[in-house]
Design a protein around this ligand. Structure first.
Ligand SMILES: C[S@@+](CC[C@H](N)C(=O)[O-])C[C@H]1O[C@@H](n2cnc3c(N)ncnc32)[C@H](O)[C@@H]1O
Length: 386
C-alpha cells in the first residue's frame, strides 16, 4: 500500500523530461563527476565559489547525524535552559554537565560551530541564534529527544527501506497497528499524547494566525489528541462550541484536561475511531491537524468522505499538517518526514496538490491553500462544501 501510494505520486508529480534534456543531463552528469572538471572549477575564480558552496552543502548532509547528536547532548544536559538564565564560564558548564573541562570544551566548540551556543567573551558562553528557540520551547526539546527513536531505526537505512527490521517507532505509535485500543499500554498512550501535546504549540500559533475562526458556530477537531488545539480555540473564540474526537484512551486524557481547564461545558469529547465509528455531527468546521499524513490513501479518502458527509452545506474542512514542499521551494523538511513516516509504518508525506486532489475527490467544491507564517512544519488547506 505504502509503496503503491508513493509510486503513484511520483508518476503524476514528475513529468518526463524531453529527449534533448535527458541527453543534456547525461552529459552534465559526466562533466560534474570528472576529476578534471572539479580541478577546473576549483581553480577558476568564476566557478570556485559554486564549487565551495556545493562542497559545504554536501558536508552538512554527510555530517547531519553528528550535528543532531551535538544538539541532543545539549538538550539532555539542559544546557540551553541553563544558559537562558545567564551566560556561564567553561568550568561552570563542565561542573553543571558533570564532565571534564576538555570534554565540555569540545561540546561547546561544536555547539558554537552550529550556532546553538555563542561565545560572549574570553570565558563566557551564552545562547546561540539556533539554541534560543530550543531554550524557549519544551515541545521542541521533547521532539529532539524523541528523534533518538527514529535515528535508532535509521541506523541501517537499507534494512528500514527493505522492511527487514521491526522499527521501534511502530511500537511508539500503537495506532499504527490498527484502531482497536484494547490492550494498549496506558503508559504508551500517555507518552505519545504528551509528545503531541507539547509539540502542538507551534501548530496552534500557525492555525490562529492563518484563519479567522470567529465566523463558525461549532468546530470538530478529529484526532485531536489531548485537546491543546480545542482548548486554545475555546479561549480564542469564547462563544464557540467545540468537539474533539480521538481514540478512547486518548479521549479520556483530553476529557480530563478539559475538566481541569474548566471548559467541559463547551468542549464535548468523543472517544471513537474515525475509521470504524461515525463522526460526531453538528460542526460547521472540521479541523484535521497532523492526522492525514499518518494514514494510507484509502483511510484518508474514507475519512475525507465521512467529513464531507457530516458537514452541512457551506461547512468547511481545515486540514493542517507538514506537506512536501511544492516545486520551486526549498524542501527543508521533506527527507525527515519521508523517513519518519516510513519508520512509523503508515502514511506518507503528501504535496498540497495531492491533498487538494483527495479533498476534491471526497466532494469538496473549493479547496484552497491558506498561507501561514511558518510553512516548514505545517501547511494548510481549506475545503468548502457547497
Ligand atoms: C499525530 S497525532 C496528532 C494529534 C493532534 N491533532 C496534534 O496535532 O497534536 C494523531 C492523533 O490521531 C489519533 N488517531 C489515530 N488514529 C485514529 C483513529 N482511527 N480515530 C481517531 N483518532 C485517531 C491519535 O490518537 C493521535 O492523537
Amino acid at each position: 500500500m505504502k509503496s503503491l501510494d508513493l509510486a503513484k505520486t511520483q508518476a503524476s508529480g514528475n513529468p518526463e523530461r524531453p529527449g534533448w534534456r535527458q541527453q543534456w543531463d547525461q552529459r552534465t552528469d559526466r562533466w560534474m563527476t570528472s576529476p578534471r572538471f572539479y580541478r577546473w572549477a576549483i581553480s577558476n575564480p568564476l566557478t570556485r565559489w559554486i564549487t565551495r558552496r556545493r562542497a559545504a552543502q554536501l558536508f552538512q548532509v554527510m555530517a547531519g547525524f553528528v550535528h543532531s547528536q551535538v544538539l541532543l547532548a545539549c538538550v539532555r544536559l539542559q544546557v540551553f535552559e541553563w544558559l537562558r538564565e545567564q551566560p556561564r564560564s567553561l568550568s561552570q558548564l563542565a561542573q553543571h554537565c558533570r564532565m571534564s573541562t576538555a570534554a565540555m570544551q569540545r561540546l561547546l566548540q561544536s555547539a558554537i560551530a552550529l550556532r546553538l551556543i555563542e561565545q560572549r567573551g574570553a570565558d563566557s558562553y551564552g545562547l546561540g541564534a539556533l539554541g534560543a528557540p530550543v531554550a524557549a520551547d519544551p515541545g521542541l526539546r521533547l521532539m529532539i529527544e524523541h528523534n533518538a527513536v527514529l535515528f535508532d531505526d535509521m541506523r541501517d537505512p537499507l534494512a528500514l527501506l527493505r522492511d527487514e527490521i521491526q522499527p521501534h517507532m511502530q511500537a511508539y505509535w500503537p495506532y499504527m497497528n490498527g484502531d482497536n485500543p484494547h490492550g494498549w499500554e496506558a503508559e504508551k498512550v500517555a507518552r505519545y499524547s504528551e509528545l503531541m501535546s507539547a509539540s502542538q504549540r507551534f501548530v496552534i500559533e500557525e492555525l490562529l494566525a492563518a484563519y479567522d475562526f470567529s465566523g463558525h458556530q461549532q468546530v470538530l477537531d478529529i484526532g485531536g489528541g489531548k485537546g491543546g488545539w480545542v482548548l486554545a480555540l475555546a479561549q480564542h473564540v469564547p462563544r464557540l462550541h467545540l468537539h474533539l474526537m480521538d481514540l478512547p484512551p486518548v479521549a479520556a486524557l483530553a476529557a480530563e484536561r478539559m475538566l481541569q481547564a474548566g471548559v467541559s461545558e463547551r468542549v464535548t469529547v468523543h472517544g471513537g475511531s474515525f475509521i470504524s465509528n461515525a463522526l460526531p455531527s453538528g460542526a460547521d468546521l472540521v479541523t484535521l491537524v497532523r492526522v492525514a499524513h499518518d494514514h494510507p490513501d484509502a483511510v484518508v479518502k474514507a475519512l475525507l468522505l465521512k467529513i464531507y458527509q457530516t458537514l452541512p452545506s457551506g461547512g468547511r474542512l481545515l486540514l493542517a499538517e507538514p506537506m512536501a514542499q511544492p516545486a520551486g521551494e526549498a524542501p527543508v523538511g521533506d527527507a525527515y518526514f519521508h523517513f519518519y513516516l516510513l519508520a512509523m509504518g503508515s502514511g506518507r508525506l503528501r504535496t498540497p496538490a495531492e491533498l487538494r486532489g483527495l479533498m476534491l475527490e471526497a466532494g469538496f467544491e473549493s479547496v484552497e491553500p491558506i498561507a501561514n507564517p511558518m510553512p516548514l512544519h505545517t501547511r494548510m488547506l481549506l475545503g468548502q462544501k457547497r
